[in-house]
Design a protein around this ligand. Structure first.
Ligand SMILES: [Zn+2]
Length: 81
């Protein structure tokens, strides 16, 4: 009995293994346990709460919900006080 294994039609989509930066689109995925994201902590608080993360490639900063807080190289749009 011959068994044919045709793998060509099997497409596995592993979207979770890739973790691109929303700004520079460089892959932040490192391995199953770690990402290349740089943790940002609130050093002014005693507990050092996690405030968000930064991309090591473009140094843009995000909060813990992946909202963009700061895009490196872009001037603040808030203007001068
Ligand atoms: Zn980036």
């Amino acid at each position: 009995m011959e068994e044919k294994l045709n793998l060509s039609h099997i497409k596995k989509k592993k979207t979770k293994s890739k973790d691109p930066c929303p700004i520079c689109e460089k892959d932040l995925y490192f391995n199953d346990k770690y990402s290349q994201r740089i943790g940002i902590f609130d050093t002014s608080s005693v507990k050092h709460d996690v405030m968000g993360w930064a991309c090591p490639h473009c140094m843009s900063e995000f909060d813990i919900d992946d909202n963009i807080m700061y895009i490196y190289g872009q001037d603040s749009l808030q203007g001068n006080t």
